[in-house]
Design a protein around this ligand. Structure first.
Ligand code: FAD
Length: 622
């Protein structure tokens, strides 16, 4: 399989089919129509469209300034290349890949859908967000809509003719969604009149779709303040006639778009609802159930962001490897007296950067796909197995969203370092990747908020710490299986990480029991990264336990000269050897940072909580 510039397709197949056995999903009735060949054909088509259509269009969209707002018509135009790429994507059937066939979708497992989306996210975060938001909005209607709403919207959205968004944020309601001011008033015909302002709405207006369907959070007049009083409404850009055709324009106006650091092809819109008191909304689910319903979409969108992060990091790593192999600079440090310039890949410091990126990307990939597979298993399994799959998925969502996006920023930065000065210049791709990925740590619930979710909802306030026990149990299974297959030191490194994590969690439980909540909140982010590192250590051990026997079968040995010699002229041996080296690097070197996070948490939050606004005297002087 040829390397593409965006992601290592061999590694994607390894994660999917050699570690997770994703092809076995077709043993379940829901996926019985699929087999490995169909999954492969879908992945290959995704790779081709992502590399040939989306990637160049996404680059061009960035260079040309991105989506444009016309103040006369109050509409947004997406760069032409992205529009053409979306046509190809739609025609190839990617729009409804994971939707049920009864709605016109292909009904593919979530695991394969997410693997496919890794290609499109790596090719362009801006491009991918149009479709992923549409998928999320459509799923909300499928799960919570009346038959009438489903009949009106779902098929058109599944086919990709109509788009979708998520409308939460307002000027005074960012992380604190409960502070929103958008208002809904019930009408005699059962619809609602909506008035308010939404800001930062991705894909809020664009010319990729004939209609745009907005799930909007608002408060019905008289309902209580905060999140308990929020309801959710479907607000279409164009009203829909009884025969399904597009009717008159709804009173939802695009008042502008943001000019941003990155993802310039993505239209980030301000929307004004009900300026003429004519904005029609249709209630989704029951009144005051808005947050509970929107959480479904938020959880899907958090996995989308995890994938956008993984895709960006993967692309940065792939570009850095290709560049480093070709950049000649300096003599071989292992050959005294020979001043011939060699590829920079020979320098230990560059090797360190490359193996660090490789190890991060591979762990993120496997963990994100495991989350997707858990979503499938939560649906197709029964009883305890389904409950455990859901428990693991819930635990992995904040880990993947915040862990991947924080790492994507670091990986793109390291890739820029590998390029030297060229990396800082817009002629080369990594500076765009760095700009594009910064938002991933901010939108869809900032990473600070993800850390609080993990620390409080999924760990310390969680009855019986169910999610953590499922997570721990899965790690223990892999450690057990790896014994005697993988070297003892690697197994011990993961067991040691888990034991230390347990001790830290117990200390935090102690703080909770003493009511020292502020001390816990002050270390929530280092805690998330400690758990993320433990999860990545687990991913590496799991991968090694698969790769070691395979390399042995080809090379007869897994380290030393035989393995290296096999890796030189056998692509499969090279892949497995590389996989083992990523794991060894992570479990020998990178894992040492876990001690730093745990020591930081252990040191407590007092020095943080002693801080109060008045000490920031620089700000007072302004
Ligand atoms: C390009 C882009 C696209 C976006 N797309 C969408 C979209 O499609 N739909 C949508 O509804 N919104 C969207 N957003 C909005 C985005 O979700 C918000 O920006 C984000 O939720 C943070 O809100 P805020 O910007 O108001 O920051 P604030 O909430 O003001 O947060 C500022 C800082 O304070 C921290 N903070 C705030 N509250 C707490 C707390 N309780 N505990 C700990 N820390 C806290 C945050 O973590 C952050 O570091 C988008 C934003 C951008 C820039």
């Amino acid at each position: 399989m040829a390397l593409n510039p965006l992601l290592d397709s061999r590694d994607l197949r390894f994660a999917l089919f050699e570690v997770l056995d994703a092809d076995k999903l077709s043993q379940y009735e829901k996926f019985a129509d699929f087999d490995r060949d169909m999954f492969e054909a879908t992945l290959e088509l995704a790779e081709q469209i992502a590399v040939e259509q989306v990637y160049p269009a996404n680059k061009e969209a960035d260079h040309s300034g991105g989506a444009k707002y016309d103040p006369e018509t109050k509409t947004v135009q997406v760069p032409e290349g992205l529009r053409k790429a979306m046509d190809v994507y739609r025609e190839a059937g990617f729009s409804g890949l994971s939707n049920a066939p009864e709605y016109g979708g292909a009904g593919m497992p979530e695991t394969i859908y997410r693997a496919v989306m890794e290609y499109f996210c790596a090719a362009g975060v801006a491009f991918s967000s149009y479709d992923t938001l549409k998928v999320g909005a459509c799923n909300l209607i499928i799960h919570h809509g009346t038959d009438e709403l489903k009949k009106t919207y779902v098929e058109k959205m599944v086919s990709g003719k109509w788009g979708g968004t998520m409308c939460l944020t307002e000027p005074s309601a960012g992380s604190d969604v409960g502070a929103l001011k958008t208002k809904a008033v019930k009408q005699p015909d059962g619809t609602y009149k909506i008035t308010g302002q939404k800001i930062f709405i991705t894909a809020g207006d664009n010319d990729l779709y004939e209609n745009i369907i907005h799930p909007v959070l608002a408060r019905i007049e008289g309902d209580p303040p905060g999140t308990p009083g929020i309801s959710i409404f479907i607000v279409p850009k164009y009203l829909v006639n009884p025969d399904g055709s597009i009717g008159k324009r709804n009173d939802i106006i695009t008042s502008g778009i943001e000019h941003k650091m990155g993802i310039k092809g993505s239209a980030t819109c301000s929307l004004s609802l009900g300026e003429n008191d004519q904005c029609v909304g249709y209630l989704l689910g029951q009144e005051r159930q808005g947050m509970r319903i929107m959480f479904q979409m938020m959880n899907e969108a958090r996995l989308d962001v995890a994938q956008q992060s993984l895709g960006t990091a993967s692309s940065a790593y792939m570009h850095a490897v290709t560049y480093a192999k070709n950049r000649l600079q300096g003599a071989d440090p292992g050959k005294k007296g020979d001043f011939t310039s060699v590829p920079i890949t020979r320098h230990p410091d560059v090797k360190r950067m490359l193996i660090w990126m490789k190890a991060q990307v591979e762990a993120m990939r496997l963990l994100t796909l495991l989350a997707a597979q858990s979503a499938d298993l939560a649906q197709v399994e029964q009883g305890d197995k389904a409950k455990e799959a859901q428990g693991l998925l819930d635990f992995l969502i904040p880990l993947c969203k915040a862990g991947n996006s924080d790492l994507a920023w670091l990986v793109t930065s390291e890739a820029m370092q590998v390029y030297g000065g060229y990396g800082y210049c817009s002629e080369y791709p990594v500076e765009q990747l760095a700009r594009d990925c910064k938002i991933l740590a901010i939108y869809e619930g900032t990473n600070g908020i993800q850390s609080l979710t993990l620390a409080m909802r999924l760990l310390l306030m969680n009855p019986g710490m169910f999610n953590y026990h499922v997570f721990r149990g899965r790690i223990a299974e892999v450690c057990e299986k790896a014994k005697g297959v993988v070297d003892d030191a690697s197994v011990a490194a993961v067991q040691d990480a888990v034991n230390k994590m347990d001790a830290t969690v117990q200390k935090l439980v102690g703080l909770k029991d003493q009511g020292k909540m502020l001390d816990i909140l002050a270390v929530a982010t280092p805690l998330l990264h400690a758990v993320r590192m433990t999860a990545h250590a687990w991913m590496h051990l799991w991968s090694m336990s698969v790769a070691v026997p395979k390399l042995k079968a080809i090379a007869g040995d897994i380290d030393g000269e035989k393995a290296a010699a096999a890796a030189k002229d056998n692509a499969e041996a090279a892949y497995y050897y590389g996989k083992i080296l990523s794991g060894k690097f992570y479990l020998t070197n990178e894992i040492k940072h876990l001690d730093g996070y745990l020591a930081y948490i252990d040191a407590g939050g007092a020095t943080v909580n002693d801080v109060f606004e008045d000490i920031f005297t620089g700000a007072l002087l302004q």
